[in-house]
Design a protein around this ligand. Structure first.
Ligand code: PA5
Length: 526
């Protein structure tokens, strides 16, 4: 590295000794100081972040406060009630995990709960999956299984893996709204398997959900083992420090206090109003710089650490569900977003990194480096070179090669991956999303697209039910898709009806009589 590059590096290297972490933006080709035109945007964003943390209705569409920062520092909560409920819930989580681990709470027909089966989707699953995977070890207090979909075959795969272990399985049903169909379906399927095994579901089930939700009412009525609250001031994708993330982490045996304290420290560092010293602001600035405040470049996440494999999936939701918005806060159509994808290094150097190096320069990379390779000494694979040295070599080499060909990147380095640094990493991105959303003037805390998807599926299910009822009402008759569409008065939906019929037939729920012309295929009730 020549002297100029070394100087540039020093100017664009933010050291965070409190967290043994650093942020290097020297390969982003950004100016050393905040451009004048962004100063006002940032000072307004900082003000709004302050108001948000003080309890303003920062999610205007849903008229809700945005309180995930209080979860790691309850003293910040705007009311004593909120502060107390956060503290009480944390205590309840720790006590519950201790009861399970110390066999004070036992399953109906086995000596101990050995497994956790977590049912949830989106913000109610991605965080727990990420954390569990990041710290999975032979010291885990319990084995984890996840169902985060309504795919019958996926459900069977997991339940078959559990097999007789179901009797020793604690099922966590996590859904803030308590009405998400994928989670409800998984719950009903799992419940049936417990019952078929002569086990009462309620004696193995725990709910994490908003008070008075459908799920909450069910869990209360059936007297499930426990119910943990979710609140309207915590969004799904920022719920990892609520019971959604903390309960599974406690059951795994992780240190919740360190996890929370890493996030709290990052929050404190990211409240500074000097942009260049504020890690989340620097990140938001780099996103703005890379994509012109329009998300014109995708963020490719490359952690060179297997344990961080699920970070890109986690961040994909956090960033894209928060920033991908049609309208800005004034109601103007803006179609904002920031595309996130990634996996891990160096593995991806044998996959999509080929295109990063030579294809369109429509991205910037976020490298994550973990300095400590492993517990204990490493084998020298070659003289003075371990596997970990190679891992770092691949990161630094790729970064340099990308930079030489005009592809920018930033690098977050942590000395060691532990619950504290992971908490800090998550908080860093949560705050960067919050600040960036304010720079571009959008509401990061609602998800109208997700809600629309939920409603659209409901309409399709209704149509499928109508089809089946109609066929059953005329059991002797065969219908083509257009015949049926006419009969139902749904001609505009003939294509969907055709697809629904094929799916029902593939699952032996009606008979199919094929024709040479696939569009003349006839269908009849069984
Ligand atoms: O971030 C979000 O709001 C969503 O991704 C939700 O987490 C997801 O839709 C699941 O919702 P719920 O927790 O209500 O089941």
């Amino acid at each position: 590295m020549n002297k100029t590059a070394w100087q540039n590096f020093q100017q664009q290297y933010l050291n965070l000794p409190e967290l043994d972490m650093s942020l290097d933006t020297s390969c982003m080709n950004a100016p050393h100081i905040l451009p004048h035109e962004l100063e006002n945007l940032f000072s307004s964003a900082f003000q709004q972040m302050q108001q948000l943390e003080a309890g303003s209705l920062a999610n205007p569409d849903e008229k809700r406060m945005v309180g995930h920062y209080w979860l790691r520092n309850p003293e910040l909560a705007p009311t004593v009630e909120i502060k107390n409920i956060i503290n009480n819930t944390l205590e309840k989580i720790i006590n519950f995990a201790a009861e399970i681990h110390q066999l004070k709470l036992q399953p109906q027909k086995a000596a101990a709960f050995q497994n956790v089966l977590l049912l949830g989707i989106g913000g109610s699953a991605l965080g727990p999956q990420f954390v569990q995977n990041a710290f999975a070890s032979e010291n885990d207090r319990m084995q984890f299984y996840f169902l985060d979909n309504t795919d019958p075959d996926g459900i069977d795969q997991v339940l078959n893996k559990l097999g007789k272990g179901l009797a020793e399985t604690l099922t966590l049903v996590i859904s803030k709204s308590g009405a998400t169909k994928e989670t409800r379906n998984a719950m009903l399927e799992v419940r049936q398997v417990y019952e078929k095994s002569g086990l009462e579901f309620a004696k193995h089930a725990v709910a994490v959900t908003a008070e008075h939700s459908q799920l909450d009412l069910l869990a209360k009525k059936e007297n499930w083992l426990r119910r943990f609250p979710m609140w309207d001031w915590v969004g799904g994708r920022t719920s990892i420090f609520s019971a959604v993330g903390l309960l599974p982490a406690a059951l795994q045996g992780l240190d919740l206090n360190n996890f929370l304290s890493g996030a709290k420290i990052m929050d404190e560092l990211s409240r500074q109003t000097d942009v260049c010293k504020n890690p989340a602001a620097v990140l938001a600035w780099m996103w703005y710089h890379a994509g012109g405040g329009r998300g014109e470049k995708a963020m490719v996440l490359l952690p060179y650490k297997d344990r961080l494999l699920l970070f890109s999936r986690y961040l994909q939701q956090l960033v894209m569900e928060s920033l991908g918005k049609e309208k800005d806060l004034t109601g103007k159509t803006v179609n904002q977003g920031l595309t996130v994808y990634g996996n891990k290094g160096s593995t991806d150097q044998h996959a999509f990194v080929q295109q990063l190096r030579e294809g369109p320069a429509n991205f910037f990379v976020t490298f994550i480096e973990v300095q400590k390779d492993r517990e204990g000494q490493s084998l020298e694979i070659e003289p003075e070179a371990t596997s970990g040295d190679f891992l770092q070599g691949f990161l630094l080499g790729t970064r340099e090669a990308l930079y030489q060909s005009g592809r920018t990147s930033l690098t977050i380095t942590i000395e060691e991956l532990n619950t504290k640094t992971l908490g800090a990493l998550i908080a860093l991105f949560e705050r960067a999303v919050g600040i960036y959303a304010l720079l571009i003037g959008i509401n990061a805390y609602h998800q109208p697209g997700v809600e629309a998807g939920k409603r659209a599926a409901g309409a399709v299910i209704e149509l499928s039910q109508k089809i089946q009822k109609h066929l059953q009402s005329q059991p002797e008759q065969q219908f083509t898709a257009p015949d049926l569409a006419d009969a139902l008065g749904e001609s505009a939906k003939t294509t969907i009806i055709f697809q629904l019929l094929l799916h029902l037939a593939a699952n032996n729920r009606l008979q199919k009589f094929s024709d040479d012309n696939p569009f003349s295929t006839r269908f009849q009730a069984n």
